[in-house]
Design a protein around this ligand. Sequence first.
Ligand SMILES: [Zn+2]
Length: 275
Amino acid sequence: MTRKLLLLPLLLTMACTSTEKTEPLGEEWEPYNLVVRHQDHIRFSFPASGFAFEQKDQFVQDVYAALESNAKILGIPEYNEYFKVFFHSSRSEVEKFTGMAAAGIANVWTRELHMAAYTDEESDSTDFVLNPPIIHEMMHLMSCTTWGYPHQNLQWLNEGLATYAADNCNGYTIAEIYRYMLDEGHAYSAADFDRHFYELEEMIGYHQSAYYVECLIEIHGMEKFQEFWQSNHANFEEVYGMSFEAFIEAANERVMRIVPEKPNIDWNEFIKGCF
Ligand SMILES: [Zn+2]
C-alpha cells in the first residue's frame, strides 16, 4: 500500500520533467510527419499531408483488392504474410528509403513496398504518379515469398508476372500493347531475353514479358509456370516441351487472333511510362 502511494507522485514528477525538458532539435535533425495504420497483417504508412495523404483510404482499399486478385492468379486461397507498405510524396523520397528513385519498389527480403504518389504541383518532378504500381509491387512480394526468388536469368518472368497482374498501361491491355509492338518492330528477339533483362528498354521488356507470361499461364497453366519459375531460363524446353522460339511464334499467332487490329498507341507517349 505504501509503495503504491509513493509511486504515483514519482510518475507525475517524471511526466512533468519530460515535457519541460523538450529541447529544440539540432540543425541536422528535422521532424518527419507520418500517419500510420496497422490492419490485419499489414502496416501502412503515409505522409501526413499532400496527394498520398488524401488518397490513403483508396490506396489501402487498392492494396486489399491486389491481395485478392494476385492470390487468384497465383492459385493460392489467400495471402496472410506480414508486410509493410510505405507511400511517399516523391520519387526522391522513395530513394531515401530504398536507394532508387523509382515509382515503386518491392523489397522481398524485408517485406517492404515503397511507392510514390504525388501530383506535379507538389513535386520538383514533372512525371507525376497518380496511380502508384500497387498491383505490380504486391505481385513481386506475393510471388517471391510464395515460390522463392527466381533465377537471375528469369528476371523477365518476375517482371512479366507483375506487369501481367496489373494488365493495364494507360488504358491498354498487355495483349494490345504486344500487338502494337510486334507490328511496329519494337519487340525484342528471343535471344534478347537471354541478355541481362534490366539492360532492355523497360517499357518494352516489361510489357513483352507480360504478354509471354499471359500465354504461359493462360495456355499452359499455373503448375507448369511455377515449375518454370523455380527452374532456369535454359530449361524452358524441358518444362514446356518446345523451344522458347517456337513458343514465341505461337504467342505471336495468338495475339493476331485475340487483337485483330493494331491499336492506335502513341508510341512516344507510351515509352514515357504508365500513368
Ligand atoms: Zn517490377
